[in-house]
Write a protein that binds this ligand. Structure first.
Ligand code: AHR
Length: 501
């Protein structure tokens, strides 16, 4: 197969936030997975697990979304500030009916982002919250001066305002966030976003409206029609800077989704075929948005994506805890390549979710922590953060076991990184076939190449007893022959080549 790369045709800047993460008050994501409290025996800094924070820093997590998800539309932020002993307890009705003690709130989220060195994406409550509540939250977090909310923040021990980079005005308001019609939500969006004030004139808040459930194109059209307003020349903003998209890879259906670890070859291809639908949805969403947003000023924010299987047997079904195999690594590689290839429009994407929930990059069990195959893919792809997407094309063939679940064998994207090297990432979707690749780089001398790969038997995964079944390995089998790259991409793999040109 031939791979063509033209480094002279630069297509788009790859926003680092495309490799963003999502953490919800759901199951063991926040509590135990990230936050254990200052008094825990698990090593921590201000309550945040040291091992988890270090692992996340290694993959250069660029942005973190919080507090939900469905939880966001029943979260009342004032319950999560002030002395921990007096914080209100509530029932987490969406996720397992457990008691939420609000010990992780705004201050803790900001502390976590500070430790991670990442941007902040806060999701506000439209479903069950008031305009005043949302407006005051923004004031509490970002106002530098004398005001009731800034004073309250200072009383709670934080003099300086924080930076809120992104703010979501509601979550899944077509479903768990209030079961609204798009027109109704669109009008609420216009109203709520008005009070998401930019107190910090140098760091405008990027406002995200609630987008569709997967391919619900009517939702996009009606929301855009109701509340898109082009920015006036003197303003940075119209009413919105981004519209979200939630699309999960669910192998079967929502009632019986399929097992994370025990799947057939047919289910492998079914899962990948469903993952590839992401491309079609992004392109259609962009086309509908373009009808209103003629200058393409509103970005697509894929703030929930990933695999969603039946939860691990014996675990609380409300906690959405699942294992993660080579299949998830390939799903991650395919999705991240799709986001790269649409980097002109996809400005952020957040895998669901960071720790212990759905397609997590990290799993914990008490004091133990393991990195999943998906983690290692993020580790390989971090070279694309802040890079320039360049033109690339790979010859392909269609593979699969059932007519309705055929997929292209290879998925690729290529960028020129901040280090000046070409970064080629390729996922091989075939269970059993490797591909010999001849890589041609237009008008460039190839001076050197190194590689790394995640591959294995398709069901392989890491456990607390065997944490290194699947790891990233170095890949030394790429030769430079007649100024071409010659290599074989293994079956069921995700590969990264770093090329000096
Ligand atoms: O990520 C789990 C849930 O999936 C989120 O809370 C919700 O937004 C979506 O339905």
């Amino acid at each position: 197969m031939k791979l063509f790369i033209n480094p002279h045709e630069k297509l788009a800047y790859i926003n680092p936030e495309i490799q963003g993460h999502f953490s919800e008050h759901l199951g063991r994501c926040i509590y135990e997975g990230i936050y254990v409290g200052e008094d825990s025996d698990i090593p921590n800094v201000n309550g945040m697990r040291k091992d988890v924070v270090e692992a996340l820093k290694n993959i250069q997590i660029p942005v973190l979304r919080w507090p939900g998800g469905c939880f966001a539309d029943e979260y009342h932020w004032k319950d999560g500030i002030g002395p921990k002993e007096t914080r209100k307890k509530m029932i987490n009705t969406h996720w397992g009916g457990v008691v939420e003690d609000n010990s992780f709130g705004t201050h803790e989220f900001m502390e976590l982002c500070k430790q991670l060195g990442c941007k902040t994406y806060v999701n506000g409550n439209v479903g069950s919250g008031t305009v005043q509540e949302m407006s005051e939250w923004v004031e509490y977090m970002t106002f530098d001066g004398v005001s009731p909310m800034a004073d309250l923040r200072k009383e709670n021990g934080h003099d300086d305002p924080w930076i809120v980079d992104y703010f979501g005005v509601g979550n899944e308001n077509w479903g768990c966030g209030g079961n609204m019609t798009p027109e109704y939500y669109g009008n609420l969006y216009r109203r709520y976003q008005t009070y998401v004030r930019d107190y910090n004139k140098d760091r405008k808040i990027f406002k995200v409206s609630c987008g569709p459930n997967a391919d619900d194109y009517e939702w996009i059209d009606a929301v855009m029609k109701t509340c898109f307003r082009a920015p006036a020349p003197e303003q940075f903003h119209g009413f919105m800077d981004g519209m979200s998209l939630h699309y999960y890879t669910v192998p079967h259906d929502w009632d019986v989704k399929g097992s994370a670890t025990d799947f057939t070859d047919k289910e492998w291809y079914l899962t990948l075929r469903k993952t590839l639908k992401m491309k079609e949805i992004i392109e259609t969403q962009a086309a509908i948005m373009d009808k209103y947003d003629k200058k393409r000023q509103v970005g697509i924010i894929v703030d929930e994506w990933g695999t969603w299987y039946d939860c691990e047997p014996g675990t609380n079904p409300g906690f959405l805890y699942q294992q993660n195999t080579i299949r998830d690594a390939v799903v991650a590689g395919v999705n991240l390549n799709i986001f790269n290839k649409h980097a002109d429009r996809v400005l952020m994407a957040n895998i669901a979710q960071m720790v212990n929930v759905l397609q997590a990059v990290i799993l914990t069990d008490g004091e133990k922590m393991i990195l999943t195959p998906t983690y290692h893919v993020f580790d390989m792809y971090k070279c694309h953060q802040g890079a320039e997407l360049v033109s690339s094309y790979v010859e392909n063939e269609t593979i699969g076991l059932e007519e309705e679940n055929m997929v292209p064998a290879l998925s690729e994207s290529v960028s020129i990184g901040k280090d000046g090297r070409l970064h080629v990432t390729i996922a091989n979707l075939s269970i059993d076939k490797s591909y010999d690749i001849d890589g041609v780089v237009t008008d460039s001398e190839i001076k050197g190449v190194s590689g790394e790969v995640v591959t294995g038997e398709i069901h392989e995964h890491n456990t607390f007893d065997a944490p290194e079944n699947v790891v990233k390995k170095s890949f030394d089998d790429c030769q430079i022959v007649d100024n071409k790259l010659k290599f074989t991409v293994p079956a069921a793999s995700v590969l990264h080549l770093s090329v000096e040109v």
